[in-house]
Structures are given as C-alpha cells and as structure tokens.
Design a protein around this ligand. Structure first.
Ligand code: ZN
Length: 369
C-alpha cells in the first residue's frame, strides 16, 4: 500500500493515452481504474506494481504493470478503430501483503466485468493454465489468536494467576490435533509472537499469528470456525479471555477460466511464444487474484522472464525482471492479452462460453463448501 510513485506513473501514462482514471478505488490510495469505451462487453486488465520489502521486484510485478497497461492500450486501439467494447485497466496494490484485489472485490470493484485478464512472470517452465486442474491457488486467511489472563508471582502465589501461555499451548496442540480430520489441502502454520515476560511471572498475555489455507474459500471458512472453537475451548480450560482477529481480508482460491486461458494460449502460440503445455497440479501458494476470480471470469497466465529456473522471490528474479528477455516477453504477452480482449468484444459466442464456465465453477465451489 506504499506504491505511490508506481501508481502515479501508471496513472499519468494511461491518462496521456486517453484513459479516464478514477483514483482511490475502494478507498485504497494506490489503487486506480482507468477506463475507455462506452458500450459493449467490458474487459479488465489487472496491473500490479508492489515490490517485496528488502528485496525489490523479486516477483516481477513491475512487468505485470507493463503487460497489463500495454494490453489495455492494444484493446483501446481496436475500440478507437470502431469496435464496441469497454476496457478497464485496474491498478491493484499490495498483492504480496494486504491483498488489494481482496479489498477491491469486497467493495464490488470487479462486479459486472465480463472478463478479467492478466499475466505474471515466471521461470522457463511458465505455462498458461489451459487445462482443468491448472491455474489454482489456495484460499488463505491470516489471523491473530490471543489469550488474556492474570499475572502472579510464579513461586509465591501462582494460584492467583491465570496462565495465558497455558491457554496458548492448548490452542496450539488443539490445532495440531485437528490436522488429522481435515482434507489434505488444508494447511495451518503459525508462530508464537508473545509467550510471557519472565519465567517467574505467570504470563498474563500470550499471542500467536497463524495462516490457514484450503483448496476453497468455503472449506477454509469451515476450518476457521473449528479453529475458533479450539481457542474458545482453551480459554474455558484456563479461565482466560480469548481474542480472535482476522488481520487481513481472506484471499479466495483462484478459479481459472480455462476457456479464457485457451484463447490467451492460442494467441501466444500465434505470436511464436513456445511455452510448455499446462498440467493439472496441486495448488501451493495463494493470491488475491482468487477474490477477483469469484467476481468475474478470470485468467492470469504465466510467462517466462529467464532461461532456466531459480528460487522465486529472490535476487535472481530482481535481475531477470529488468532484463531484455523479460521486456520482450512482457510485450508479447501483452499482445496476446489484447488480442484475447478483441476476441471477447467481437465474438458473443465466446463470451457466452466464458460465462457458462464461470457459472459452472461457482456452482461446483458452492457444492464443496
Ligand atoms: Zn507475484
């Protein structure tokens, strides 16, 4: 949420190319929506520009900004030549931390959009998620659990204390026991942030920060309710007061629209971009794109910015994100996204197919939850 210079650079550029720009979208100072076109299907491109603290562009989000702004310009050119359609380039801050898209989706920023497109850099094995089971991510919620007890001297009168650390360890072990009764996609991972002040004082306060993840937002919410009850149980056993705080908006799981993905891939192939075919795989990370994907049919393709592979969120990615290869591939991806946008505004049957897949995916998710 500190991307003031990046956001301003994007806004100035889009304005100078004839877009109407709304700032402070959904109350976020570094978010924007740049619009053009006044009728027809609406196609959104989602620009990110946040960097990683202490590393810089170790996830290549500078290229995400370029790719999606360039795609917006491409589709605008087609509309300026007489096609009917609407383009919105969204500036979506803080993907890595607070989830700009999660906040924007909750506020309805993506409602009524016919398709949301985007591209994220990757290594040489980057793919476009064209097949069922590809392009997934885990739903995620970060939360704080705290227990409030009462201090006492641990040797002189411990019976006058209420031990918050005891409550916290009961909670920690309760969550560990829950793991056996969850489906295999569920993850709980946490750290103890406060565990008392000194060994001779009964801890009056103990706190832990956790993240829960699951394959769908619905199942994750079911698990979080179980976790909350474990906390209430630990509080009851020890006499502590229990506090549960969601520290950020939940990240939804990603519903990739494979009809959209196949269209993007077709154009990437035409442009001579040789990418390996996508395969179904278990989701590992989380992204706020998931929240957008529940509001509008979505695809975020991946594209290579280096030869070979490396550890992500690293200096190697910072270097690759400012390389000739990266810039060339970013523009190629932008062309494929723009061409997909042109397909969407000129081919009503494609829009129907995209919408049908979107509705089907949402129904499947509702059945799981
Ligand atoms: Zn990223």
């Amino acid at each position: 949420m500190q991307e003031f210079k990046c956001s301003a650079a994007c806004v100035d550029f889009l304005q100078s190319h004839g877009f109407e720009v709304e700032r402070n979208v959904s109350g976020l100072k570094t978010a924007f929506a740049a619009r053009t076109g006044d009728s027809g299907p609406s196609v959104a491109f989602l620009a990110e520009y946040d960097a990683l603290a202490g590393i810089g562009h170790g996830c290549g989000h500078n290229l995400i900004a370029i790719a999606n702004i360039a795609a917006g310009l491409g589709l605008k050119a087609a509309i300026d030549q007489g096609r009917s359609g609407r383009v919105i380039v969204f500036g979506t801050p803080a993907e890595e931390s607070f989830g700009g898209k999660a906040i924007m989706a909750k506020a309805g920023a993506f409602d009524g959009i016919d398709a949301a497109l985007g591209a994220h850099p990757g290594t040489s094995d980057a793919t476009c998620p064209t097949v069922e089971g590809s392009g997934r991510s885990l739903a995620r919620q970060e939360f704080l659990v705290a227990f409030h007890g009462k201090p006492a001297h641990a040797a002189a009168d411990p019976y006058n204390g209420i031990n918050a650390l005891d409550a916290l360890t009961l909670f920690y072990n309760g969550v560990s026991a829950l793991r056996q009764q969850t489906s295999t996609d569920a993850r709980f991972h946490g750290i103890i942030t406060d565990g008392g002040d000194a060994p001779n004082i009964i801890p009056h306060y103990a706190a832990t920060k956790y993240r829960a993840r699951a394959a769908t937002i619905g199942y994750m919410e079911t698990l979080i309710e179980k976790v909350r009850r474990i906390g209430e149980g630990a509080a009851l056993m020890t006499g502590c007061r229990f506090e549960f705080v969601r520290t950020v908006e939940p990240y939804f799981d990603m519903i990739t629209n494979h009809t959209l993905a196949r269209q993007v891939k077709r154009h990437l192939d035409e442009l001579g971009f040789e990418q390996p075919e996508a395969t179904a795989s278990e989701p590992a990370g989380s992204t706020d794109w998931g929240n957008t994907s529940y509001a509008a049919p979505s695809v975020e393709t991946s594209f290579p910015i280096m030869e070979g592979t490396c550890t992500w969120h690293s200096q190697a990615v910072v270097d690759a994100s400012d390389s000739e290869l990266a810039y060339a591939n970013t523009i190629t991806v932008a062309k494929a996204l723009a061409l997909t946008g042109i397909d969407l505004i000129s081919n009503p049957a494609l829009l129907v197919e995209v919408r049908q897949e979107f509705d089907r995916s949402l129904q499947q998710r509702a059945a799981i939850a």
